[in-house]
Write a new protein. Structure first.
Length: 178
């Protein structure tokens, strides 16, 4: 889910294990650029232009299919940590970790990250969650945010700080690759 700490945790794993970090969001931004958008900034998705692209994307599943092909190619090459909304459900490759947090706690993370008001952050979180659920249900039949059966591990981060979540995820990877 958005603002749950995916990038923070993924980058910490990549750094600790000397792996490459690759984001499904970055791949999607490359596609947005090809479609004439200017996806600048880390949190471009939360801007009006980002929301406009997501609306177009919801009508054209080829965007996501192209991203997923790019991500699967990267994971098959190995030595990579990937953040992706759909990849865990469409491939059996890799260690799959789901970070779980309430919309309220994700909004709190977003306000400190993006310097916006709580109600604005919560509204963005809820809209993105709803759009992602619809998108991935239509695209792959995924019950996004509710079905964790494809994950090796689920970390609930509501009562943990980012350092604790990173440490838990790094420990999982350490044990998994022994």
């Amino acid at each position: 889910m958005s603002a749950v700490g995916k990038t923070t945790v993924a980058k910490s794993i990549a750094k600790k294990f000397n792996l490459t970090y690759y984001s499904g969001g970055d791949a999607l931004k490359d596609i947005a650029t090809k479609k004439g958008y200017d996806p600048g900034g880390v949190d471009w998705w939360d801007t009006q232009k980002g929301m406009d692209f997501l609306k177009e994307r919801s009508r054209n599943h080829s965007f996501d299919k192209e991203v997923d092909k790019m991500l699967i190619k990267k994971i098959k090459q190995g030595s990579v940590v990937i953040t992706s909304y759909s990849l865990p459900w469409i491939t059996n490759l890799g260690i799959k970790i789901w970070l779980k947090a309430s919309p309220e706690n994700r909004a709190k993370r977003m306000i400190s990250r993006d310097k916006i008001l709580y109600n604005q952050a919560l509204n963005i979180i809820k809209k993105r969650d709803q759009k992602n659920k619809i998108l991935y249900s239509n695209l792959y039949g995924i019950n996004f945010g509710d079905d964790f059966s494809c994950f090796d591990f689920v970390i609930s981060s509501d009562n943990l700080g980012s350092q604790s979540v990173k440490k838990i995820a790094q420990t999982i990877v350490t044990e998994f690759v022994k």
